[in-house]
Design a protein around this ligand. Structure first.
Ligand code: PEP
Length: 258
């Protein structure tokens, strides 16, 4: 029996102006506590652009909102001559709980490789932030039927050097690149195949206990209409949601996926 708390994280990417951002987080929080539905068992996280984090912190603190927040990236360094980078120390001071690392858009447009992802995951843990480590294959790999070995190689790279204690707290997001922002969602069986393989690999790398503790999310065109069947899979513990998280009512429906 597992006790993993479902995690629903909304990655806003580079969207919403500041007024929309503050409105979205308030609307989401109000929807979560309007008493019409029970969200107690789910952890709900918004992942806004860096420039919104201070305001989100203020809103969440002021009203004790049932929302946590994360950042979309983090520097592998804590301080120094790294123009444009954001330190995990800075994020920790803003009350950030999670940091997305290795999103496919960072891998694709910013040349992040598994070593970068591993360094960023360590950097996050160093300041008490939990990394959401993104992995997943592109369409060519999927067509070749190589999605499991490809994704497990990314898992091996990302967890390189992480202790068992860190690994147990980490979150892995399986996001097949061909399903991100395309409207093409993986089938529940496809999601389970790779999410289950990820957990199996963590058992080999660490232990059954660590594998059992790690939350594995699915990401890629998740919507309220398809989330339930994906969440019904035994090794899927939540979702990393892009586009659909920009609408707070839709994201709340996703968060109460049952
Ligand atoms: C993402 O980029 O993490 C994502 C899952 O995007 P979307 O939900 O828009 O496919």
């Amino acid at each position: 029996t597992t006790t993993r708390t479902p995690l629903m994280a909304g990655n806003w990417k580079m969207n919403l102006d500041h007024l929309q951002a503050t409105h979205t987080v308030q609307k989401l929080a109000w929807t979560l506590k309007d008493g019409k539905h029970d969200y107690a068992a789910v952890e709900v996280v918004v992942v806004p652009p860096f420039t919104d984090l201070r305001s989100v912190q203020t809103l969440v603190d002021a009203d004790k909102l049932q929302v946590k927040y994360g950042a979309q990236d983090v520097s592998a360094h804590t301080e120094g001559a790294y123009t444009g980078e954001i330190s995990p120390v800075m994020l920790a001071k803003l009350g950030v709980s999670y940091v997305v690392v290795g999103h496919s858009e960072r891998r694709q447009y910013h040349g992040e490789d598994d070593a970068t992802v591993s360094a960023k995951a360590k950097s996050a843990f160093g300041q008490g932030l939990v990394p959401i480590i993104c992995v997943g294959e592109g369409l060519d790999v999927r067509k070749a039927g190589e999605q499991v070995p490809f994704t497990l190689a990314q898992v091996d790279g990302a967890f390189e050097g992480l202790s068992a204690e860190q690994a147990a707290q980490a979150v892995v997001a399986y996001e097949p690149v061909w399903a991100i922002g395309t409207g093409e969602v993986a089938t529940p069986d496809d999601a389970q195949e790779v999410c289950g393989a990820i957990r199996g690999r963590l058992a080999e790398l660490y232990s059954a206990e660590v594998a059992d503790a790690v939350r594995v999310l699915y990401g890629g065109s998740v919507k309220s209409g398809n989330v339930a069947s994906i969440m019904a899979q035994p090794d899927v513990d939540g979702a990393l949601v892009g586009g659909a998280s920009l609408d707070p009512e839709e994201f709340a429906r996703i968060a109460r996926y049952q």
